[in-house]
Design a protein around this ligand. Sequence first.
Ligand code: ISE
Length: 333
Amino acid sequence: VELGVGVIGTGNIGTDHVQRLSGQISGAAVRAVFDVDAQRAGAVARSVGAVAAASAQDVIDDSSVEAVIVAAPGPVHAELTLACIAAGKPVLCEKPLAPTAQQSRQVVSAEVAHGSRLVQVGFMRRYDEGYRLLKQSVDAGIGEVLLAHCVHRNASAPATFTSEMLLTDSVIHEIDTMRWLLGDELTAATVLVPKSSPVVPAGLRDPQLVLFETARGAIVDVEMFVNCQYGYDVRCEVVGSQATAALELPVTGWVARSGARRYVVAADWLVRFAGAYREELQGWVNAARSGTAAGPSAWDGYAATAVAEACVRSLASGRRMEIALDEQPALYR
Ligand code: ISE
C-alpha cells in the first residue's frame, strides 16, 4: 500500500514536491495539503486528487496522512516539525530546520525524547550525483584536506531577501554539504563583505564571502551571490595534500552556432538539483514507510543553524565568530 503523505506549504518547493510525489516517486500518494493561500492549496490538491485541509494541524491529524512534508516558510518549520513528532509521524522538513539554533535544538530534544528518528531535513545536495561522486573521491583519499572553495550563485533573489538570508537560507547549503563531505565540523566563521552589486536593492549586502575554519584545521571559502544575473551556478573544489577533487558541472548541454559553442547554465535550483530532489524524496518515502527517517537529521539541521547563526553574528560585527555545538545525543551517532 502507498504511504499517505500530507504537504504543508504549497509555494514553489512544496508544489514541486507534490508533483514529484505523484509522478516520479513510487510508494506514496498525497492525501492532504494546506497553505495559507487557500486558493493555491485548492488548486494543488485538485491536481493530485488530495483534500485541501483547513489548517496545518488538520494535515498532521488526518488519519490518511502517515507522513508529512513541511514546506511552509522557515519561521514556522520548527513548530510544525514538533507537531509531527508529537503525532509520531515521519516528517521531511525543508531547510532551515528553524530560524535559530535554540529552536532547532528543541526539535532535537523532542526527537530524542520520542526515542527514534522521525525527522529528515531537506538538504537535497547530499543526494546530488555530482556531490556524491565528489564525496567518493574525498573518501577514497586525497591526502589531508587543506582547503575547499565553494561558489553559490542565484540569478536573482526575491525582493524580500535580506543580507542575513544569504547566510541562513543560502550558505546553509554549503554548511551542511561541507560537514557531510569532509566529515568535519565548522568551528569558526568570518563573513567578509565587498561592495554590493549596483543592481541589488539598496542596503542588501550581496555578494558576501564566508570563511569557515574546521575542527581538523582546514579552511573553506564560500562566495555567496544571490543576484549574479546569468543563472544558477554551484561549484565546489576540495584541495587535499595529495590530490584535488571538484564537482563536475551537470550536463545542461551546449549549442554550437556561428563558430562558437555555448554552454547552457541551469536557471535555478529546481532545474540544477532536480535529480537530487527525486532521490531525496524517494529515500524519505522508503524510510517513512518503515516509520522512520534517514538522510540529513534534526541534529544536522541544528548544527547547520548554529553555524548560520554564527555567520549572521559575524556579518553584524565584522568579527570572526567561534561555534560550539552541544554534545551530540546517541540517537545521531
Ligand atoms: C533557496 O531557498 C534554496 O534552497 C536554493 O538551493 C538556494 O540556492 C537559494 O539561494 C535559496 O534561497
